[in-house]
Design a protein around this ligand. Structure first.
Ligand code: ATR
Length: 295
């Protein structure tokens, strides 16, 4: 698709942002869907965030993604914010609706959609363990709690953050029962889970030998036919996933969540179904290319 005077602009605001895979992925999606739009990465410092958001309005951008460090601060500059994004406390997608800027959060929904598509896991009536209580965990915990699980346990190194997240999930009234535990006390909990999801950075490149829970504990935490999920996508199979797979669990890597958060954003912007397979292939190709370059 050639850029011309009808092209609608999109982008991602972040700092740093030069390694973002979103431009490749979203441009592949626009091309595949035959939409005259273009998506670029914009390095925006915190002091320039307000001006950058004003630029969305002034230049008539269709919307943007927002990433580190702006996911919380951007909320002050928008006209409307989706209720779940408000509860999560972060926005990763802005939609320009005829000059009104609407903010939402597609991370958690993207995670749940990717989990369903790739593993068939349905959280209804199941027991779920979320490792971590940071920004990513908040999105995942809210989205999972909307799927009517029997129990959601949030385990975090800093117990207070886990408690705050569990309380806000319980207050949201999804009907799911959410509890908090200190990561170090997980062993004494004596519970088994149908889904374990790692939202911490433990095990991410280059610390590929690390695990958020050790192997023995993992064995004691998972049910028969459990699903173990990791939001990390570099490496594609973390040590946590490799161990889970070896003991017969279904595993789910982090690339799907990245692709689906982008797919849900694309659908908000364009109103048409996202070409998810094209988006996934674009990211996979780029990751393979980078891998070859570093070897
Ligand atoms: P993100 O937006 O990716 O979730 P974050 O908000 O910084 O990033 O959250 C990181 C999460 O990983 C937190 O739950 C953090 O635990 P604390 O709340 O105790 O800081 C967890 N985390 C990161 N490194 C960790 C480590 N080495 N051991 C245990 N937990 C870790």
């Amino acid at each position: 698709m050639n850029l011309d005077s009808q092209t609608v602009m999109y982008g991602v605001f972040g700092d740093p942002v030069s390694h973002s895979k979103s431009p490749l992925m979203q441009n592949a999606a626009f091309r595949a869907a035959g939409i005259n739009a273009a998506y670029a990465a914009f390095r925006v410092s915190p002091e320039n965030l307000a001006a950058a958001v004003a630029g969305i309005r002034a230049l008539g951008f269709g919307g943007v993604n927002v990433t580190i460090p702006h996911k919380v601060a951007v909320m002050d500059h928008l006209d409307d914010i989706d209720e779940d994004a408000r509860r999560i406390g972060a926005v990763n997608t802005v939609v320009n609706r005829n000059g009104r800027l609407f903010g939402c959060n597609t991370d958690g929904i993207g995670y749940v959609r990717s989990l369903k598509e790739e593993t068939g896991f349905a959280a209804q009536g199941r027991r779920v363990l979320v490792l971590g209580a940071g920004g990513a965990a908040r999105g995942v915990a809210f989205a999972l709690s909307r799927e009517a699980p029997e129990l959601v346990v949030i385990a975090n190194r800093t117990e207070e953050k886990a408690s705050l997240l569990a309380e806000s999930v319980n207050r949201a009234g999804t009907g799911a029962h959410c509890r908090a535990v200190r990561l170090a006390d997980l062993a004494s909990l004596g519970e088994r889970f149908d889904l374990i999801v790692n939202t911490t950075s433990i095990g991410m490149h280059p610390n590929v030998d690390e695990m958020p829970v050790d192997e023995d504990l993992l064995d004691r935490l998972v049910n028969e036919s459990a699903t173990v999920s990791d939001l990390i996508y570099n490496p594609p199979e973390t040590r946590l996933l490799a161990r889970a797979k070896a003991r017969g669990a279904t595993v789910h890597g982090g690339l799907g969540m990245f692709v689906w958060q982008g797919a849900v954003a694309f659908e908000h912007w364009t109103g048409v179904p996202a070409p998810v397979q094209v988006m996934r292939e674009a990211v996979e190709r780029e990751l393979e290319r980078q891998q070859k370059e570093t070897n």
